[in-house]
Design a protein around this ligand. Sequence first.
Ligand code: ADP
Ligand code: MG
Length: 427
Amino acid sequence: MTGPFTVRDGGADDAGTGVDGTPAPDSAPFDAVPDPPPAAPDDAPALLDLDTALAEPATRILVCCGSGGVGKTTTAAALALRAAEQGRRVVVLTIDPARRLAQSLGLRELDNTPRRVDGVRPAGGRDGGALDAMMLDMKRTFDEVVLAHASRERAEQIFANPFYQSLSSSFAGTQEYMAMEKLGQLVGTGRWDLVVVDTPPSRSALDFLDAPGRLGSFLDGRFLRVLTAPAKAGGKVYLKAFNAGLSMVTGAVTKVLGASLLRDVQGFVSAMDTMFGGFRERAEATYRLLAAPGTAFVVVAAPERDALREASYFVDRLERDRMPLAGLVLNRVHPDPAPELSAERSLAAAEVLQESGAHPVTAALLRLHADRVRLSERERRLAARFTAAHPDVPVARVPAQPVDVHDLDGLRTIGAALAAASGAAPG
Ligand SMILES: Nc1ncnc2c1ncn2[C@@H]1O[C@H](COP(=O)(O)OP(=O)(O)O)[C@@H](O)[C@H]1O
Ligand SMILES: [Mg+2]
């Protein structure tokens, strides 16, 4: 919950790295809160206890969301592995995992089915734990939905339709919708105790939540009603309505040209006509599943301005939709290297050394130290601002690793850090 804050200009420092190159939405509460005063011990956020959530049998679905590049896929895989090694039967649905991570999860091809991950080691005395992993194939998932709802013949017609081909492989929102569709399928099998879901690196982090509504309004909204009844609307009026509808569809579709597009869309619509209800019902069922108590959302962010701004917006949206938010994972945090030596003293010492001309290496190290202290301070300031905007959101901090996380050991380290966050984590 966020109260009214006085809006002020963003600080001059803290230039975060771009997130998908997307300008973050205006008036996010993250920007609206002034920098809090230097942390008083009581201001620290509650620590996010993910181990308890993982071990809790009632937790059936865990969704990692956040903007691109912050560590969603890594966090999802690390939490899934940890839960499996603690004895649960887990499946992780990843979306575009980095190639090396995919390889170490045994995902060599995009076959849209969960595969057993080798090398999972159930922790002392606990057995029964297992991990399956899969990569989402958006087109294949869409095809499966069509097959589930249409006769073989109808399905073939739909598959052959250029509009469908474009929609199923590049319509903005299709990936979000198909991730939910797949999630619903995985939960529906009853094969797993816990389904961990990575989310698409959406330009807007909200797309995932919007999926049922967007797909619903796209597939059975006004746009399609206009298209299915072209005879009723004459000439210009029809074209105008069509263009208005078309502007809802993104570039990929508009690439297909005029009249043939129209024919394709009409063919698609009449072939799909009987499926709309089914589509929407499925999306809504999954949406209800997400809102249910067995689900936990984890928002992942890097300690950077843009990522935290998106995270803040996401937290608000989850709260507005009454989605069960577990907390924030602050990933790739740089801990204060040596709190007893401040950046100022370090720089002053470096200057003295430089003037004397002696110990150039030591001077360079002192400057490096000062940089790292400042980085750590800036990260803490940004995190404190997030917490000021969302005081009730627990936070887990995961240190930046010296190398990429691409194997099971790397995931174990991240998993342990996520769990350690529920103990006493430094600064
Ligand atoms: N705590 C960490 N320390 C170091 N590297 C990390 C950490 N978390 C993630 N990475 C690396 O950052 C990159 C992006 O992570 P990824 O999980 O793919 O992000 P996302 O799914 O949010 O786009 C990957 O190369 C991953 O190995
Ligand atoms: Mg990812």
